[in-house]
Design a binder for this molecule. Sequence first.
Ligand SMILES: Nc1nc2c(ncn2[C@@H]2O[C@H](COP(=O)(O)OP(=O)(O)OP(=O)(O)O)[C@@H](O)[C@H]2O)c(=O)[nH]1
Ligand SMILES: [Mg+2]
Ligand SMILES: [Zn+2]
Length: 290
Amino acid sequence: MEGIILKGVGSFYTVLCGEQTYTCKARGRFRKEGLSPVPGDRVSFAPESENTGWIEEIGARKNLLTRPCVSNVDKLIVVMAPAPKPDLLLTDKLLLQCELLSITPVIVINKCDMPQDQTHLAIMESYAHTGYDLLVVSAYSGENIKAVEDALQGSVSCFAGQSAVGKSSLLNRLLPDLGLETGALSKKTSRGRHTTRVAQLWPAYGGAVVDTPGFSLFDLPDMEPESLSRLYPEMRTVTEECRFAQCLHIKEPGCAVKTALEQGRISQSRYTRYCLLLEELKEKRKHQYD
Ligand SMILES: Nc1nc2c(ncn2[C@@H]2O[C@H](COP(=O)(O)OP(=O)(O)OP(=O)(O)O)[C@@H](O)[C@H]2O)c(=O)[nH]1
Ligand SMILES: [Mg+2]
Ligand SMILES: [Zn+2]
């Protein structure tokens, strides 16, 4: 039979087939092949009883996000909020992953009900020129929730972002039956407490939504520093006009990215973080053959 993995706990996987779920284990050969089933995987399985079975085959994956693992993701809902303090470098890294894995990102700024908060303006400034969809919403008041719902139609959408930005709260607002656990910010550190512990798929909107504990530990993929700017939509549209094909857009003469930056067509803060990530890539290269 064919099904989709909703979640994995230890070596047990919940597989949905039609309306019925089965708790399955994976055949030993998967371990030998270094392959583990993950939420989002389409699998063939052999039922053993009314609600248990064995996973026999994992279908080819369109893509795979890691830490936590989720496969076959169509959209990444990148959630931020005024509190906890936004980590825009993390957001940039999530967006780079989307570019690499052919995932459509949707940037969501939650908690717009918070009084006199201007944080969303700074976030919007950073991403205004990317062309990505950006929604300012509130899980509390319901503002703009309809727009989030529209974005989820017909796709497997994975919620990402720092702990306590309100990923689970947004999902509860959209789908009250989920009854997901939510948690407050720590008073001492103003950070989240990682209330959601595992990634889990919930069939909805003709596709599925995935609640996750966020994707926080991110390494940049191993790639040429020259390729980095191709993962920035607002940069790659102008890089062809740079004088040098290998331009890194830092100090080279005749750099079209620098011109666009001066003219306000690229965000200064996002560019500054691009420089940081570029340095990180160069460092990685240097140590590669140590
Ligand atoms: N003011 C306000 N607070 C919100 C809103 N949405 C969520 N919160 C609060 O933010 C805190 C964290 O919410 P969660 O939904 O648990 O956040 P999360 O992103 O799922 O966090 P993790 O599971 O730890 O990754 C809770 O105290 C929520 O009540 C909102 O729209 N406005
Ligand atoms: Mg959560
Ligand atoms: Zn350049």
